[in-house]
Design a protein around this ligand. Structure first.
Ligand code: GLY
Length: 334
């Protein structure tokens, strides 16, 4: 078992355990005062956990549609009906949808109850469950309601990945490709458990520097500006990780056009993304005008087009990128 600690301002920290059977350590990482554990999961996850406390399973619906205020209300009403108190604990068992919803319910129920995540998808293990971002969608957009609510611990059980559908695995691989450019140069040579731990460590350092995304944390969105735009404008049958993969290639092309990186670094982006078997080109039926409009609505957009871009000092957030260049570079990723 590999342990990575996420350290936060105010002498706060929590452990992330990575390895086969990590969920067997659940009882050890629960807050000492908790008497009840509300297990939030989805029926298709099928990952049983044993808290050693009085526990009850609360299943939410499958899919992104479950990330709603209605789901959170339903959960919190069920918690209240069961008698969950502020001293107890919520345990989210699943992928990113579960950890986002369980985390947000925990952040708001009784004004905040402890949460532990048992992450069962690659995406949740290397991204969603780490760093305390929680939230749900509105009809107007994804993740528009949420809270920063750090878990007490995260268990990344790699046995769960053995039965993870291929499409779900690809969802996480796009995020893993991203970490190559955030300091994970050595990722390619590692086995999966070490890859996950390295990604967690990279994310932990970024979150430690900027817990509430006042600045640097936005580098974790490297490749996501176009990635989110592809998802928002129809998805084109792409999984999140595939959209991010195309977004990484696009961000690299944009970085090269701005003189921030050279041809070799650009080629490296394509090589890494292709190495994970992920797509590198914008789908033919995606419309430039729609993609531009969606990129302009990105949450990071405070001053024109804003991107996380690679450069001599690594990935940084760059504001005020000219629309003509943003549009022109789309053609290079067709
Ligand atoms: N997924 C990006 C972040 O946690 O900040």
């Amino acid at each position: 078992m590999i342990r990575v600690d996420v350290t936060l301002p105010g002498n706060r920290s929590y452990p992330v355990l990575v390895g086969p059977g990590a969920s067997a350590h659940l009882a050890e990482v629960l807050p000492g005062r908790a008497r009840r554990a509300a297990i939030v999961t989805q029926s298709n996850i099928g990952h049983a956990v044993e808290s050693g406390l009085d526990q009850e399973v609360f299943a939410i619906d499958d899919g992104e549609a479950a990330k709603s205020m209605a789901t959170v209300e339903g959960l919190c009403r069920s918690f209240a009906g069961w008698g969950l108190t502020r001293g107890d604990v919520v345990v989210g068992v699943g992928g990113g949808v579960v950890t986002d919803v369980a985390g947000f319910a925990a952040a708001t129920y009784h004004r905040g109850v402890a949460v532990v995540h048992v992450a069962t998808s690659l995406l949740a293990q290397i991204d969603a469950a780490i760093g305390g971002k929680t939230g749900v969608n509105l009809p107007e957009g994804k993740n528009l309601i949420g809270a920063f609510w750090q878990p007490s611990a995260v268990l990344c059980d790699t046995t769960a990945l053995e039965t993870l559908p291929e499409a779900e695995m690809r969802c996480g691989l796009g995020e893993m490709a991203k970490y190559h450019f955030l300091g994970g140069d050595d990722l390619a040579g590692l086995d999966l458990e070490d890859q996950i731990a390295l990604c967690v460590g990279i994310k932990a350092r970024v979150v430690a520097d900027d817990e509430r995304e006042a600045g640097r944390r936005a580098v974790l969105n490297y490749g996501h500006t176009l990635g989110h735009a592809l998802e928002a404008t129809g998805g084109y049958g792409l999984r999140h990780g595939e959209a991010v993969a195309i977004g990484l290639v696009y961000a690299a092309e944009l970085g090269r056009a701005l003189g921030r990186i050279d041809d070799e670094r650009m080629a490296e982006h394509r090589r890494i993304v292709e190495g994970y078997g992920l797509p590198t080109g914008i789908p033919d039926d995606a419309d430039d005008a729609e993609l531009l409009a969606a990129m302009g609505r990105d949450k990071k957009a405070v001053d024109g087009f804003t991107f996380a871009l690679d450069g001599p000092a690594g990935v940084e957030v760059v504001a005020g990128v000219e629309v003509s260049l943003v549009e022109q570079v789309l053609d290079r990723v067709r």
